[in-house]
Design a protein around this ligand. Structure first.
Ligand code: PLP
Length: 512
């Protein structure tokens, strides 16, 4: 890894190794000895196509049936493990941590430089346009709520019912109107539905909010085509990239979206930072998202006895309070790690594992993998869909091309909470079960008539919940193989332990 190293004496930046590329690393204003530590630790990362090193692979999970196994984290879609290089970078920076923006001291200046360079690194990672800006937030949820707070009064927001609640719900504030669009059953239908809704809308500001990849089905949405439709009708578009950015390169200019939102904790950098990147005009015209220090340029008592504020322009306007410099730095470090590993190679390896997941689950007739778009899921519209050949492996391969590594499914005769509990307690595997903060989507996929989750064991008439398995850059092949073997055995032989319902979830019975 090349690092830009500031001379401690002069504060000027010089290349530490080879000339920086267009995917420049964060300029870390460390003395060169510390930079060497950071550089060496990160440089040990093996190149793709192996998994990228993440923490937690040696954690052993106790089994209810006795013994223990290395924990298999297959819940990347909720929160991904931390990349080792991110952890090392944070550890190397930690002694230099200081207050950002307002301190005159040496470490404050260095931390301010780290924070601003992290912003620049994220902008490069996203291919931001010249007049875009990157705001650091707490998460995708925070980013979308920030944008909602900055929309011009009267904005109509168009959102599919299939969105994660973080994208579905922020647009309910005063002065906004939300148009909810029915679940489309193909990428073409998504574009046509949006076109129709926009064409019928009256004049005025409009925003489309759409996911890049579903947190339930993993299916990739036709973002470029939706952006084209939005812009054709004078609307803007924000991409909820929470599930896309960790799995595929996202270029804001190439996709031609107006904003992108994502979270660090899904991008191997769980230090509390998220991003909203994109157009500045609406953001600069809006009241600050949070009122407080940092967002205000001047504050003075007014003639009427109150207080008058002149707000900042630029990112500071919406970043009031003390910035999360470690979170921002970690997030930028993850961007750099993916770029340096060759993001296309990382994505190709994930695609192979996703294909293996889909093919393995496809061999079990009791398993139904959830899909909104079915065999017509060619979101990019590139005509590469081989899924119609009727061959199961071809179908898995085609489906994997149109998904990130997120697969949800239900098993005939199984309550999903029961299956997830058995995977954990008997195989040391962590997956997610439930409705994944996408209740209308689950209702569309499973049928709203299905009853709520019942007791553990085979539910009467099914349950409105599913199991989600999700992978990422750090997933070893063994985790996927263990998961497939576990589902096969559980479906064939049943659980080896007894489970009871506690607070609505299945848990192993302590005395079984
Ligand atoms: C598609 C999608 N959007 C938004 C979010 C919200 O992310 P966060 O909880 O980090 O705010 C999630 C989280 O799972 C998600 O999957």
């Amino acid at each position: 890894m090349s690092l830009l190293v500031s001379s401690a004496a002069s504060g000027t930046s010089t290349p530490a190794s080879s000339a920086p590329s267009s995917a420049d690393p964060v300029a870390v204003p460390f003395p060169s000895s510390e930079a060497a530590v950071s550089s060496a630790s990160s440089a040990s990362a093996p190149a793709a196509p192996g998994p990228l090193p993440v923490l937690g692979l040696d954690v052993r999970a106790p089994l209810v049936t006795g013994g223990e196994l290395p924990y298999a984290a297959l819940d990347y879609a909720a929160s991904a493990p931390v990349l080792r290089s991110v952890w090392d970078d944070v550890a190397a920076y930690a002694p230099y941590y200081g207050s950002v923006h307002r301190g005159a001291g040496y470490l404050s200046q260095r931390s301010t430089a780290v924070f601003e360079e992290s912003r620049a690194a994220v902008a490069r990672f996203l291919g931001c346009r010249e007049d875009d800006e990157v705001l650091f937030t707490r998460s995708t949820t925070d980013s979308l709520n920030l944008l909602a707070s900055a929309l011009p009064s009267g904005t109509r927001v168009f959102v599919f019912e299939t969105e994660h609640h973080a994208s579905l719900l922020p647009w309910r504030g005063p002065g906004l109107r939300t148009v909810h669009l029915d679940a489309p059953r193909s990428p073409e239908q998504a574009v046509a539905t949006l076109e129709r809704a926009l064409a019928e809308a009256p004049e005025g500001p409009k925003l489309v909010c759409v996911t890049g990849a579903s947190n339930v089905t993993g299916e990739v949405w036709p973002v470029r085509r939706l952006a084209r439709a939005a812009h054709r009708h004078g609307a803007r578009i924000v991409l909820d990239a929470a599930q896309l950015v960790p799995h595929r390169p996202v270029d804001i200019g190439e996709l031609d979206v107006d904003w992108v939102a994502f979270s660090g904790h899904k991008l191997y950098a769980p230090f509390g930072a998220g991003v909203l990147a994109g157009r500045t005009d609406w953001l600069h015209a809006a009241e600050p998202y949070l009122a407080g220090g940092g967002a205000s340029r001047t504050v003075a008592r007014s003639a009427d006895g109150g207080v008058e504020v002149e707000w900042q322009s630029g990112p500071a306007r919406h970043e009031a309070g003390s910035p999360n410099v470690i979170g921002a730095y970690a997030l930028a470090s993850a961007c750099r790690a993916l770029t340096e590993a060759g993001f296309d190679d990382v994505a190709a390896r994930e695609r192979r594992l996703t294909e293996r997941l889909l093919a393995g689950l496809g061999e079990l007739p009791q398993v139904r993998v959830l899909s909104l778009f079915g065999a017509d899921g060619d979101a990019a519209g590139d005509g590469t869909d081989a899924g119609r050949s009727g061959n199961a492996e071809d179908a898995a391969g085609a489906a994997a091309r149109h998904r990130v590594g997120v697969v949800s499914f239900v098993v005939e005769g199984w309550n999903s909470s029961h299956l997830a509990a058995a995977l954990s307690a008997e195989y040391g595997i962590g997956v997610r079960d439930g409705l994944f903060c996408a209740h209308p989507l689950l209702a569309a996929l499973l049928g709203a008539g299905r009853g709520a989750s019942g007791e553990c064991g085979a539910p009467e008439g099914g349950s409105l919940n599913a199991v989600r398995v999700s992978i990422g850059a750090g997933t070893p092949d063994e985790h996927v193989e263990r998961f497939l073997r576990a589902v096969r055995e559980l479906v064939r032989d049943g659980a080896r332990w007894r489970y009871v319902t506690q607070d609505g979830r299945c848990v192993p019975e302590p005395s079984a």
